[in-house]
Write a protein that binds this ligand. Structure first.
Ligand code: UDP
Length: 136
């Protein structure tokens, strides 16, 4: 199976609630190797560029405000089949639907699907584009 690279973001709610360490442990335990990592505060332009596919959707403003509401941690992950394996570990978009033991089930806000704790690239093309926004 091919070695893939993917982008993970630990979103502002999980950083504020001090879950960074636990989430990183879950990545390590699942053999998703962290090859680069940094903490940063997104600005408006970066956030819009990152979520450009969602511009115009009903939840876009809420999503943007949330992503600008505090620091995030961006991670470059590597491993066999890393894109799909990390999506599986994250769980469904809505924390209420995320399978037991997944990151979003454990750390997402079950009353607000925007605040679902983590992001993960959904394809090779998105991974390439998203990684380029944060890592040279
Ligand atoms: N989102 C939201 N409301 C929705 C759908 C999505 O607030 O109805 C937010 C949520 O934070 C999600 C992000 O927008 O993680 C991107 O949505 P996408 O459909 O790409 O889901 P993901 O790939 O993150 O599971």
């Amino acid at each position: 199976m091919a070695i893939e690279k993917t982008l993970s973001i630990i979103k502002p709610n999980a950083v504020k609630q001090k879950h960074v360490g636990e989430i990183i442990s879950m990545l390590e335990q699942n053999n998703l190797r962290i090859s680069q990592m940094r903490m940063l505060q997104l600005d408006n332009v970066q956030a819009k560029m990152f979520y450009q596919e969602h511009i115009g959707k009903s939840f876009f403003d809420e999503l943007l405000n949330f992503m600008l509401s505090g620091e995030i941690v961006v991670l470059k992950l590597e491993g066999e089949n890393a894109i799909a394996r990390y999506r599986e570990l994250m769980g469904a978009t809505n924390p209420c639907d995320a399978k037991e033991g997944s990151i979003r089930e454990k750390f997402g806000d079950k009353t607000d699907l925007t605040q679902n704790a983590v992001h993960g690239s959904d394809s090779k093309e998105s991974a390439k584009r998203e990684l380029a926004l944060f890592f040279k």
